[in-house]
Design a protein. Structure first.
Length: 711
């Protein structure tokens, strides 16, 4: 009877019983893996992979009155700063390059003010997995941007080139050759067991050589796509950039070792080379985006090693023709040797494959409503078919060669999964990253210069981006006492360079324009009849983080001090005088006669000059010293030095920064003397305009409870 034909013979009782046991084991294992997959998918969380554009400023299709000072692109994960890039095409054909401003941000300076459509193009290369994405979008100045996308920046991907397809084909050849080479080494080793099966002859050298050739070509193609060139310098730049590049180099080296060892019939060394190549394959892919990376690489590596033994062994069996067919005793001997190895390898591959799926999926629904989920279903279905055919082949109902086709389908699906940019968990991570960007573009971000002020009872925040000489985005944030919704009804204008400047609405509390700024310009923000004046400092404003840190240390070490406070926006504002004594004493006196004394957890209050004292014991403990900027102990954004001034007869350096307090925007200015004492402080928040003057640092200061009898 010819190979591959269905046979119908009675099996010995022992063989039949063994077949029944194996079928039960595989059936239970498949059901257990499916159940675990469902449970893990429900509980799984997102991972990062590919650096996807999650937000941009301006956004796709946005219509502006004037050009922005810069375009800001924010990506979902850290960028390879040497390979990631962006540029902008102006209406006149001018091209302006971008720069990687932070680990996941690209800025493009825009020094022109010309109406028309502006086109942004970007290329992101992930520092985590080395994968490249290309995209772009359009916005308009003085005219609607034709062809601008309406689905957000993440939808503007341009990755349909033939190079992407060729990379996928090469990866399929390389991955398939590695799996087949591993299977050939395993089956050959099984054939050399006693008694030796001389007919089991598999030459792995050509297959592993094909893996090397496809691997080298795919790495060069990936480097060309990431760097935009096939020059040796571009390839070296890609291969020397972080873990992804090193993992690709290691993969190729391990493959060369495997070929050389196989050519010299050193099977163990060849197997080590193949195993190293598979682990390096995991280290240079999505697994490197896990947190921690070693865990993701270990999980994916074990999944690949198990698949190489099981699926690779199935492919290797397809290349063998037993002398007397697959129903002979010798063929049965080989299948009996391979079955326990395959079962163990399948178990390892399935279990760690479940963990792999739990990293990539964003819930059970992701299996059915995403491209990634559909491809994963195809892969699981192909593996299921392989499993059924393996059982039938082991029982000699069909020839083992029948499992080859679904094996190839599973490998193709795995390659597609490795290259998809829109996996569900990645999209969830991108959405999470987008939510971390302040909802209002006028609120300061790291790298901005920001100043707080007031126009009547309206809080006004002025922010410059990128805060360097030349054209800048000027953002105005407005917050009246009635809240952000009421800000949309305010009549706002800006005056600079001796003329009124048009402002675009960028949100209910946000206004924006583009201005050419250098140093010393005066800007006035008019809100109704009131004006908030601002003077632009020297650009770029020096970083004041070190000065602020020294002032923090100095001010929190004082044992006593006094401050005079003016609190608005009431008319007239409230004037108060405070005295502080460490560690837990404070006295307060207002011009209207209100007095309060804190001693530890006891508070004494006097409502007027002729009122009696009353006591509030067991209150919250008081910690002295305590300052107005302590409201935002960890959320301060880029303190900047914005000027100098004489305060209390002392020469001071003026520091400005922003610090949201539980989501509420707050601006601060501090005037710090040469001994790092804060002589003056301003706080600007919604309905809270506070000016503080400090004095009498560490001077003798005794705060006692009110005298007895004055109850």
């Amino acid at each position: 009877m010819a190979d591959g034909e269905i046979v119908s013979i009675r099996q010995p009782a022992v063989a039949a019983q063994s077949s029944f046991v194996l079928v039960n084991l595989l059936g239970r294992l498949g059901f257990g893996c499916l159940s675990a997959l469902v449970l893990l998918v429900i509980a799984c969380g997102p991972v990062e992979a590919h650096s996807v554009l999650v937000s941009s400023d301006p956004s796709p299709g946005e219509h502006l009155t004037t050009t922005p000072g810069q375009v800001v692109l924010r990506f979902s994960e850290p960028l390879n700063q040497r390979l990631s890039r962006a540029f902008l095409l102006a209406p006149g054909g001018e091209r302006f390059p971008g720069r990687v401003a932070s680990s996941s941000t690209i800025d493009i300076r825009l020094p022109v003010d010309v109406p028309g459509p502006y086109t942004v193009r970007w290329r992101s290369v992930s520092i985590l997995d080395g994968h490249t994405l290309n995209g772009g979008y359009t916005f308009g100045v003085g005219a609607v941007a034709a062809g601008a996308g309406s689905k957000g920046p993440g939808a503007q991907l341009h990755d349909s080139s033939k190079l992407v397809l060729w990379i996928a084909v090469l990866r399929f050849v390389e991955d398939g050759a590695l799996l087949l080479g591993a299977g050939m080494l395993v089956v050959s080793a099984l054939g050399r067991r006693d008694p030796i099966l001389k007919w089991v002859r598999l030459e792995a050298v050509p297959v592993l050589a094909a893996a090397v050739a496809a691997g080298v070509t795919s790495v060069v193609a990936e480097a060309a796509r990431a760097a935009g060139s096939v020059s040796p310098s571009a390839i070296m730049l890609y291969l020397s950039s972080g873990l992804p590049g090193k993992a690709r180099v290691a993969r190729l080296l391990f493959e060369v070792v495997a070929v050389a060892a196989a050519a010299r019939h050193r099977s163990r060394l060849a197997a080590t080379g193949v195993a190293g190549a598979l682990i390096a394959l995991a280290a240079g892919g999505h697994a490197a985006g896990a947190n921690p990376a070693w865990w993701g690489i270990a999980v994916d590596g074990l999944h690949l090693l198990g698949a190489a033994v099981w699926a690779g062994g199935i492919l290797a069996l397809r290349l063998i023709r037993p002398p007397e067919g697959w129903r002979s005793a010798q063929a049965r001997e080989l299948l009996d040797r391979f079955s326990p190895v395959a079962l163990t390898a399948f178990s390892i591959s399935a279990v760690f494959g479940i963990f792999e799926a739990s990293k990539e999926l964003d819930g059970l629904h992701s299996l059915f409503d995403s491209k990634y989920g559909l491809v994963l279903e195809v892969k699981v279905l192909a593996i299921g078919v392989m499993l059924v055919l393996s059982v039938l082949a082991w029982r000699r109902v069909i020839a083992p060669r029948s499992e080859g086709a679904p094996t190839l389908v599973a490998i193709v699906a795995a390659v597609v999964l490795a290259g998809l940019p829109g996996v569900p968990a990645r999209e969830a991570a991108a959405a999470l990253a987008a939510r971390t960007v302040p909802a209002d573009p006028a609120l300061p971000r790291p790298g901005d210069l920001t100043l707080g002020g007031r126009a009547g009872d309206v809080l006004v925040g002025l922010t410059l981006r990128p805060a360097r000489p030349g054209r800048n985005d000027v953002f105005v944030y407005l917050l009246p006492l009635a809240g952000e919704d009421a800000a949309s009804r305010l009549h706002v204008s800006l005056r600079a360079h001796g003329k009124n400047i048009a402002l675009d609405n960028c949100g209910p509390a946000c206004r924006r324009t583009g201005l050419d700024l250098h140093s010393g310009e005066r800007i006035g923000v008019r809100v109704g009849r009131d004006v908030a004046p601002f003077q632009i400092p020297r650009l770029p404003a020096p970083n004041g983080a070190a000065l602020f840190a020294r002032a923090e240390k100095r001010m929190h070490a004082v044992s006593a001090l006094r401050l005079s406070e003016v609190f608005g926006p009431g008319n007239p504002p409230v004037h108060s005088t405070y005295r502080f004594q460490a560690p837990d004493r404070m006295s307060l006196r207002s011009r209207d006669g209100f007095e309060s004394v804190w001693v530890g957890s006891t508070r004494y209050i006097k409502d007027g000059p002729h009122a009696s004292w009353f006591v509030q014991p067991n209150g919250p403990p008081l910690h002295v010293p305590y300052y107005v900027w302590d409201y935002v102990p960890t959320a301060r954004v880029d303190p900047r030095i914005v000027g100098t001034e004489v305060v209390n007869g002392k020469w001071t350096t003026e520091l400005s920064f922003y610090g949201p307090n539980q989501g509420a925007p707050v601006w601060f200015r501090l005037w710090i003397d040469r001994h790092d004492y804060v002589q003056k402080a301003e706080m600007r928040a919604e309905g809270h305009f506070m000016n503080h003057l400090f004095s009498h640092f560490n001077a003798p200061n005794s705060i006692r409870p009110p005298v007895a009898g004055n109850r």
